[in-house]
Design a protein around this ligand. Structure first.
Ligand code: FDA
Length: 282
């Protein structure tokens, strides 16, 4: 099993060290692709681990600057102590954002499982009011996201629209893929037309084409939005979009705590699940 997991991890993760992420980002930059680098870590229960996360991000934004890499950063608030206390996560996030802003960079807040949605949004809104160089992921599978998008548009925040990667109850999230996709399409249209900076974070070619059509029909300038994809997924589509003159950013995760991220990538595609089952029972 561990052999199969590390096979998948290699596809989706830059490596265990910061240097691996920087080198991967440089390679992507050479193909005309921008990056957002994530130090893997989540559900931290000890303040010392949260502090280590802050240190890692501080040195990451410095390395990005020093090596002149076209990269911003993404973090999860539970990596910075949200499960210990929202105040700790906010203070830790602010420390990283201050440093990033000082070094002329930008910070994306990832969105985690629904237990953290409210706190993540509220910490984001407070910090975004002080530091406009921040953006947040919104998940189209949640019923609440339409209202959250309305609020974020008013706050003039940059939004990364994703479908959502966590297991959620039908009480709060669309259980059917077609509805998640339909809500993605509706929220994407609202965001693009609102003038909010929109990151269309999907590998779904139908939605990518829809975004291109909305942008061209409504003359939305290409520097008002970008496509974002995950490392290891749809490389040809990434390159094609760059050739067509669109901004493309790839999410580059690295670190030793790669298991939860790898499991999410593995299970969101049924071919991956079949591959694992076949190899276990072979
Ligand atoms: P969909 O699942 O419909 O896939 C479309 C096609 O892409 C598939 O048919 C397949 O070809 C390919 N594909 C998708 N996943 C694949 C995989 N794992 N391996 C191989 N091929 C695959 N989620 C979240 O909850 N919070 C967050 O903060 C983020 N952040 C984030 C950043 C960025 C840049 C991206 C692109 C995505 C996220 N996500 C996320 C993950 C997101 O919610 C979602 O789980 C994945 O993007 C998969 O959904 P798609 O939109 O690609 O569509």
């Amino acid at each position: 099993m561990s052999r199969i997991l590390s096979y998948f991890a290699k596809r989706y993760i830059a490596g265990e060290k910061q240097e691996d992420a920087i080198n991967t980002a440089k390679e992507l930059n050479e193909r005309g692709i921008k990056t957002t680098i994530d130090n893997l870590g989540e559900d931290v229960k000890d303040a010392k681990d949260a502090a280590r996360g802050v240190e890692e991000y501080m040195s990451l934004v410095e390395a990005i600057r020093k090596d002149r890499v076209d990269a911003n950063v993404s973090f999860k608030l539970t990596h910075l102590g949200l499960d210990i206390s929202p105040l700790m996560a906010e203070e830790n996030a602010e420390t990283i954002i201050k440093k990033a802003v000082e070094l002329k960079n930008f910070v994306w807040f990832d969105m985690e499982g629904s237990k953290h949605t409210e706190n993540t949004l509220s910490i984001f809104s407070k910090l975004h009011a002080k530091y406009p160089e921040t953006g947040i992921a919104i998940q189209s599978y949640l019923y609440r996201s339409a209202a959250d998008v309305t609020k974020l548009i008013k706050e003039n925040a940059a939004v990364r629209l994703v479908k959502g990667a966590y297991k959620e109850s039908p009480d709060i999230a669309f259980p059917e893929k077609k509805d998640v996709d339909g809500n993605f399409s509706a929220l994407m249209k609202r965001l693009l037309l609102s003038g909010a900076y929109t990151a269309i974070a999907t590998h779904d070619e139908k939605l990518v084409n829809e975004a291109k059509n909305i942008a061209s029909e409504n003359k939305i300038p290409r520097d008002h939005f970008e496509f974002q994809m995950l490392l290891g997924i749809k490389r040809t589509l990434q390159s094609r979009l760059v050739e067509e003159g669109y901004k493309v950013r790839v999410y580059v995760p690295y670190g030793t705590r790669w298991l939860p991220y790898t499991m999410r990538r593995m299970t969101e595609r049924k071919e991956n699940v079949w591959f694992v089952l076949k190899n276990i029972f072979d």
